[in-house]
Design a protein around this ligand. Sequence first.
Ligand code: TRH
Length: 405
Amino acid sequence: MAWFGFAAVISGFKFPISVRSAMSHSTNIPDCDIFCKVVDNFGDIGVCWRLARQMTLEHGLGVRLWVDNLAAFRNLAPTIDPERPSQQLGDIEVRQWPATFPETEPAHLVIQTFACDLPPGYLGAMARQNPPPTWINLEYLSAEDWVEGCHQLLSPHPQLPLCCRFFFPGFTERTGGLLRETGLLDSLREFRADTEAQSSFWETAAGIQPPPEALRISLFSYENPALPSLLEAWASGERPVFCAVTTGRSTDQVRAWAGNTRQRGSLTLAYLPFLPQEDYDRLLAACDLNFVRGEDSFVRAQWATHPLVWHIYRQAENAHRIKLAAFLAKYLTGLPPETATALQDFWLAWDEETGVEARIADAWMKLLGQLPALQAHAERWAGVLAQQEDLCAKLLICGQNLIQS
Ligand code: TRH
């Protein structure tokens, strides 16, 4: 679909059809270039991959996705061939972002993600176009209040006649929102209600079924000093726990604690391979409690509508604590004090770097007691968030407004 054409498919919005005819592009140029640098871990490519798919599948846009690390990308999308500099994944053209960037005619909409620097040659080509492409910098997610004030601010390029628009994801109407495919909540709800589908999911993903009465927990975190003590608490607790250990930075810690055994007391362990991204979403829906990290799994756990524990990405001088507190302030609003305190205490203990071993078992027992209340809360929370326009739609509206301004 042509760049202007997406307007027709964003629910509730109508745009004048005016734009592409004013551009001088040849027809084989995609509607959108997305640039992704895999700094560390999988969050950057996780977000870009979801965004690219939604743009093509739901808005019919032609997307070219530039990724500097195809090997990392392959973990989420197993059909990627890291050796091929250019390949088609469905409707998305995936391009290796090489150190020496090839001469390329820019797309009509350019999305730079997480402040990765665009190649100078590409910027020059953008500046030579008349009018220049719409340029958006998709930023990291934060629940902090300042985000509303910075969302959509313009940043002129210091030398070139180009202007970049900041786009901040967030949890309120006045931010860029959260990635959420159309029908996501319904399809996850259906999956949760379908015991056969879940059972075949567990068979394929884990090779075993969770014991019927067990609390199903997925574990995706960074290395965490509290983890061995938490595993101990699960093993010695009365409630059976089934822990689906994802492939991640904490996996070795679990193996070191468990040795070769998959069953310790009340705890059953299942080691999962790194799942394709859609399957990871199903894992979150199939569990009763999800330990997540970073940015993208954190958002997806909220759409899974189950209680979650967030291992936030650690920043220098504990700057991440401000982000953590900002989210908690929003998330805990309206909860009974004992529920809010149980969740907050556990999250803060899970974020500690040292000296938390003795605290975590007690924090766990309190959290466990509040899981029914937190389950109801997770459903309400997702319902409220889902009333907002999703990030992809907001981003395209922002792009359209820029073209018209
Ligand atoms: O991998 P992360 O730790 O990424 C982080 C964050 O993006 C953080 O904000 C950033 O600053 C830092 O990297 C550099 O966690 P995140 O964001 O949850 O991304 C993980 C992605 O991997 C997400 O898209 C889900 C996906 N995933 C799978 O597809 N399969 C799996 O089996 C697992 C465990 C994850």
